[in-house]
Design a protein around this ligand. Structure first.
Ligand code: ZN
Length: 246
């Protein structure tokens, strides 16, 4: 039927930012999304890991593991980490219950949903948390991509890579129409800590009827999140960076 909607909201890298998550979910309702997926890093950096985890769990949607979900629920040594990230991970470990940690630890690295794939970092070595910033790294992941579309996060920078008959291209995007004979590896950006110098929360809508992917950017009250970061005693730079989107 013409009125059967199948619109997925693709959320990633929430990082304990409840204000960002709330406005994104409000936007998904206005966008008439019917389904959700979450690409990981629900926790880490931000001041509301429990609340964000609870919100995502209530969506009852497919969720995959991010590197911060893994670090925050294990006792692995944090030597060699960025000191600010390590401090936030240690703090988050004290906030989550044993049940919450067990739930996060159980997440898979890769999942197939409908006709697409979801992964936090890359498909070639999903548990190694490599960063896809260039075509070479995108190519490595494409070799393991068996669906036309795969969504990822991890870099907090929304970019799209397309592999077609004439080669592989990458770049910024706002709207993409999926075409037969091509593969798409699409980063949806970050809900809770954007790093593309645009502080607005980022996520994507994938309409499986029209085969169009649209990037969404939404304003949230950054000042509220910054106050919470300071009140929790988390590093000041984690508050500051939110205002600059980096
Ligand atoms: Zn992340």
């Amino acid at each position: 039927m013409a009125n059967t909607a199948l619109r997925y909201a693709i959320l990633s890298d929430i990082h304990g930012n409840l204000e960002g998550l709330d406005v994104v979910l409000k936007d998904t309702r206005e966008q008439k999304c019917t389904h959700y997926v979450c690409l990981g890093d629900i926790v880490g950096y931000g001041p509301n890991p429990k609340e964000c985890l609870d919100t995502i769990r209530r969506l009852e949607c497919p969720v995959i593991m991010g590197n911060h979900d893994e670090y925050c629920t294990s006792e692995i040594e944090l030597t060699g980490f960025n000191p600010m990230a390590a401090e936030a991970i240690r703090w988050t470990r004290t906030q989550l219950s044993a049940e919450e940690k067990a739930w996060l630890r159980d997440l898979k690295y890769v999942r197939h949903v409908e006709s697409f794939t979801i992964v936090h970092a890359t498909l070639d070595l999903p548990e190694k948390w490599a960063y896809v910033f260039d075509r070479l790294a995108a190519q490595a992941s494409f070799n393991y991509q068996h669906t036309p579309v795969c969504f990822n996060g991890h870099t907090h920078v929304p970019v799209a890579f397309v592999r077609g008959p004439t080669g592989l291209q990458g770049g910024l995007y706002s709207k993409i129409k999926i075409e037969v004979g091509r593969k798409y590896f699409i980063n949806v950006g970050s809900v809770g800590q954007p790093r593309d110098r645009n502080p607005k929360s980022s996520y994507a809508v994938f309409d499986l009827i029209s085969n169009v992917i649209e990037l969404r950017r939404v304003d949230y009250d950054i000042g509220v999140t910054q106050k919470k970061i300071r009140a929790a005693g988390l590093p000041e730079s984690l508050a500051e960076r939110l205002a600059h989107g980096r």
